[in-house]
Write a protein that binds this ligand. Structure first.
Ligand code: HPA
Length: 280
């Protein structure tokens, strides 16, 4: 068996020994949103440490656990803390949790993150729905032998972010009273923030917001046929657009500040998605 798939199966069995929970929606929490998981009706918590072979995040402020439970009556699995490529993991390891959540039953992947705003119209504290992405600056998680059990060798990426889910998010933002921005997320490796020249490049090639996660996860999820949506919290203006130097602390602080509204939006979206999935 393919070694990446073997590891995934081992992690799956390890989780299944601990819970039979069947999530419908998988939610990945970015900076600032971390404690959202504590607000849901929790059925089971599994620390990444307790899953054999599972990549464990080393970033400060990122917890590492799966929280299984209900938002309203929608069964969800939440990743409280993700692993990043800049931590030194292979891309296959970075996306292992995403693949695992699909195996556990999740049909929908809801990605969140904190990102630097490139688009001139964005302000710190804005929310940007991701409508497309540029992942060309990080290796594809699909490099290596294709795992036929998960998806095809050459998967189509012409609509990574599901149109129906995007419409649902637009409606939700309107009802919650959020002036939702939209744009293309561009993933760079990090961990260094970008130089102003790099941000200029990102802008020229069509990026609206920049970050160090998410796009690779969306590629792996799309490979498996999951329905994907994502929202970035614009925690800062990207280098050169902002006159100030960037710091992780400032990014974290702005993400924390935006978190209450973000949580409200996320809950509303999940409830709507639950209704939609029920109707089919
Ligand atoms: N650049 C890259 N990643 C980020 C940023 C940024 O400006 N802000 C939050 N994550």
């Amino acid at each position: 068996m393919n070694m990446v798939y073997e590891k995934l199966q081992k992690c799956y069995q390890s989780v299944r020994q601990k819970t039979e929970f069947q999530p419908q929606i998988a939610l990945v929490l970015g900076s600032g949103l971390g404690d959202y998981a504590d607000t849901i009706q929790i059925e089971k918590v599994i620390s990444y440490h307790d899953i054999e072979g599972f990549p464990v995040s080393t970033v400060q402020g990122h917890k590492g656990r799966f929280v299984f439970g209900y938002v309203g009556n929608v069964p969800v699995v939440i990743m409280q803390g993700r692993v990043h490529y800049y931590e030194g993991y292979s891309m296959q390891d970075v996306v292992l949790p995403i693949r695992l959540m699909k195996l556990l039953g999740a049909e929908v992947l809801f990605l969140t993150n904190a990102a630097g705003g490139i688009c001139e119209q964005f302000h710190p504290g804005d929310f940007m729905m991701i409508t497309d992405q540029i992942s060309s600056f990080v290796p594809s998680p699909l490099i290596g032998n294709n795992i036929e059990e998960l998806g095809p060798r050459f998967p189509d990426m012409s609509e990574i972010y599901d149109r129906v889910l995007c419409n649902l998010i637009r409606e939700s933002a309107k009802d919650v009273g959020i002036d939702l921005k939209e744009g293309t997320y561009i993933q760079l490796t990090g961990p260094d923030f970008e130089s102003p020249a790099e941000i200029k490049m990102c802008k020229i090639i069509g990026g609206s917001a920049v970050g160090m996660s998410t796009a690779c996860e969306a590629v792996a999820a799309n490979h498996m046929g999951m329905k994907i949506c994502g929202i970035s919290c614009i925690s800062n203006l990207a280098a050169g657009i902002s006159k100030q130097p960037l710091s992780h602390k400032d990014v974290q602080e702005m993400a924390d500040k935006a978190a209450p509204v973000f949580k409200k939006l996320v809950t509303d979206i999940i409830l709507r998605m639950g209704n939609k999935l029920k109707k089919g």
